[in-house]
Write a protein that binds this ligand. Structure first.
Ligand code: COA
Ligand code: AMP
Length: 642
């Protein structure tokens, strides 16, 4: 479709010039218990709040209203687990039954409106029930991804202070069963906060030992609730009340608790399903992510269910469970209309099945569009997928903080012609500018910091959990009047955005967001390490992987190889396997500027064999050669003089 034929330009312009009118209209797709007078109140919260005084319930909108509307027999969830050898279809009526029971169990534990519940669970239907059960009674869930270590879980428990923790005995990775319960037990010894109770879902692959007076068996509680007829109804909440807290990597080891409200989030997600993803009620939508990430929150659970779609809950990998045809099997089996995944998943498939032979074994006629996000989509992978799948491949850009796409190609409004490498155009309500260091707007095609004019549209974070000041400092102070995305890039004359990388120390490993600063804190804690620097280096499948350089303390007599192995184990133990930290390299010194700033950017360029220039302020140029030599010795290095 040509640019002029799409409804996008007029619609986006209206969302900017008449935001209240635009979002009031979009709010018509949501059931409200009461409507407020205003759609946006600039005087509330840090930069204003959406839908103040409006009351609703997210679980009602995602579940009960569909049952009332006659969708009770329609599948809400297709659970497919090649790793557990299990499948289950959950209809909307069954979902209502399960969620109202579990909500009753939570209420019996004393959980009420505003109380926090930490959910540390694998990709099983009970995890979805858990999130919706919280929403049902107005409790605030905080899901922690299973690939994090106990210390990360502990930090989140301490910050969120949950009344109850919901967990399962194990997760299943292709190579091993990951016992969650020992990690949870350890986390609870580390955290200063104690939940009143833990509810544990036992999986047959590894049964957990339950701690007396604290742990409860999920199935037994559920049955008891059923026998007693204990169910909880949907509780009215303010649209501005938090639905969840989702922790994401910040520039230090202490993660940021991104707060999501209830009303604005529903309005934005519901709009996006038709406007951006072109998916309608009754269709099957699959986000091949994990419920521990924002993509999982928004597009495995809330957006598809709010829309009355069937969502696919896939507990497996793109490759190895059992092969690189897994995604195409799922598409055939469940007649998936739209797939959303990270480019890394496609790169993994492409590596194993470059000709797409496995793909051809399956009927993919239902698939209309493939959406990619989470990290930069390399044009090779996009072209590979487009050619073999024969459907449009749409890259779109967003962050945990925004909860939905900042930019994309609005397929539902009539897809725009998109330049390869671009993540599309701003979605409704987003006014995106490229700024120089002084905060001045840059003209088209000039690289700069990408910033979003305040107010952020509905769905985006109103603040960080109990940290308004950190929210201001992290996002609002650098460019007054704007939200700083911490991504760098440029826009072309047609407003299409190109995201080129982060301006902070965040790296993206297999679509997972990680802080190199957080890893440096772990490395620095090793008794033999004097100094360290972690940079993200190019990886053909994962996009980036972390690489740690360490300088040992004077007089350390032990073998550097032993210390490097300890450091790798330490990162795994403190942050988790998800960090994919496998590379620690001992060097005699780190390259620095004369003022002592470590030249991480140049180190990364050397490792990635990208052209680099000697920084004018470097203290000793030979230090960079030493980095190149150390990388060469690991088979990574490249020509230092390039
Ligand atoms: N629970 C416990 N451990 C987990 C886990 C979980 N939920 N998820 C990942 N891990 C572990 C893995 O087992 C692996 O451990 P290992 O070091 O012992 O092998 C480690 O964390 C790294 O995992 P991952 O990054 O997933 O790498 P992988 O090599 O297992 O798989 C891909 C690579 C590309 C197949 C995989 O990353 C993938 O499917 N990515 C899709 C991207 C995605 O879902 N992104 C979410 C945002 S959209
Ligand atoms: P997360 O909060 O985990 O969703 O990670 C958000 C970050 O991932 C963004 O700030 C970007 O750096 C990166 N990212 C997400 N989507 C894209 C994309 N489509 N292209 C490039 N980078 C992306």
């Amino acid at each position: 479709m040509t640019d002029a034929a799409s409804r996008y330009r007029a619609l986006h312009a209206r969302s900017i010039h008449d935001p209240e009118g635009f979002w009031r209209e979009a709010a018509g797709a949501i059931d409200w218990f009461g409507e407020g007078e205003r759609v946006f109140d600039p005087s509330r919260g840090v930069y204003g709040r959406w839908f103040p005084g409006w009351t609703t319930n997210v679980c009602h909108n995602a579940v009960d209203r569909h049952v009332a509307d006659g969708r009770g027999a329609q599948p809400a969830i297709f659970y497919d687990s090649p790793v557990a050898g299990a499948r289950r279809t959950v209809t909307y009526a069954e979902l209502q039954d399960e969620v109202s029971l579990l909500a009753g169990v939570l209420r019996d534990f004393g959980v009420g409106k505003g109380d926090r519940v930490v959910i540390y669970m694998p990709m099983i239907p009970e995890a979805v029930f858990a999130m919706l059960a919280c929403a049902r009674i107005g409790a605030v869930h905080s899901v922690v991804f299973g690939g994090f270590a106990a210390a990360e879980l502990a930090g989140r428990i301490e910050d969120a202070q949950p009344k109850v923790v919901l967990s399962a005995s194990c997760g299943i990775e292709p190579s091993r069963v990951v016992q969650y319960k020992p990690l949870l037990d350890l986390a609870l010894t580390m955290a200063r906060h104690r939940p009143d109770a833990c509810l544990i879902f036992q999986r047959p692959q590894a049964e957990a030992n339950l701690v007396a007076d604290r742990d409860h068996d999920w199935a037994a509680r559920r049955e008891a609730a059923r026998a007693a007829g204990t169910r909880a109804a949907c509780v009215p909440v303010e649209a501005t009340d938090p639905l969840y807290i989702l922790y994401t990597s910040g520039t230090t080891g202490k993660p940021k608790g991104v707060v999501r409200d209830s009303g604005g989030y529903m309005v934005a997600l519901r709009w996006s399903m038709e406007g951006l993803y072109d998916v309608r009620p009754g269709e099957v939508y699959w986000s091949a992510s994990d419920i521990g990430w924002v993509v999982g929150h928004s597009y495995i659970i809330y957006a598809p269910l709010l829309t009355g779609c069937t969502t696919v809950l896939y507990e497996g990998k793109p490759v190895g469970t059992p092969d690189a045809g897994a995604f195409w099997r799922v598409i055939e089996e469940y007649k998936v209309a739209a797939l959303f995944t990270a480019p890394t998943a496609l790169r993994a498939i492409k590596k194993e099945d470059p000709e797409g032979r496995l793909m051809q074994r399956y009927d993919r006629a239902s698939l209309r569009t493939l959406f990619l996000a989470g990290e930069r989509a390399d044009p090779d992978t996009v072209e590979w997928a487009k050619a073999r799948l024969g459907v449009p491949v749409v890259d779109h850009w967003w962050q945990t903080e925004t909860g939905w796409a900042i930019a994309g190609n609005p397929v539902g409004l009539g897809a725009l012609p998109i330049r390869v490498g671009s993540t599309g155009v701003p979605m409704p309500g987003y006014q995106v500018d490229i700024l120089d260091e002084g905060g001045h707007k840059l003209p088209p095609d000039r690289m700069g910091s990408i910033a979003i004019r305040l107010p952020l549209p509905p769905g985006c974070l109103p603040t960080l959990w109990r940290q308004d000041e950190r929210f201001r400092e992290s996002y609002l102070i650098d460019f007054p009047g704007y939200y700083k995305t911490a991504d760098a890039g440029f826009a072309d004359a047609a407003g299409q955005l190109f995201i080129m990388g982060r301006t902070d120390d965040i790296i993206n490993v297999a679509g997972h967001r990680l802080s190199t600063g957080g890893m440096e804190e772990v490395l620095a804690a090793h008794a033999d390490v004097a100094e360290c620097a972690v940079v993200g280096i190019h990886d053909a499948v994962k996009g980036e992987v972390p690489c740690g350089f360490v300088v040992l303390k004077a007089g350390v007599g032990r073998s550097p190889a032993d210390i490097e192995a300890e450091i790798v184990a330490l990162v795994r133990a403190r942050i988790g396997p998800v960090a994919a930290f496998r590379l620690a390299i001992t060097v005699n010194r780190l390259p620095k500027t004369r003022s002592g700033k470590i030249l991480r950017g140049t180190m990364k360029k050397i490792a990635d064999a990208e052209p680099w220039t000697m920084p004018a302020t470097i203290d000793d140029p030979a230090a960079l050669d030493e980095i190149a030599t150390a990388l060469t010795a690991r088979g990574l290095a490249r020509d230092p003089a390039a």
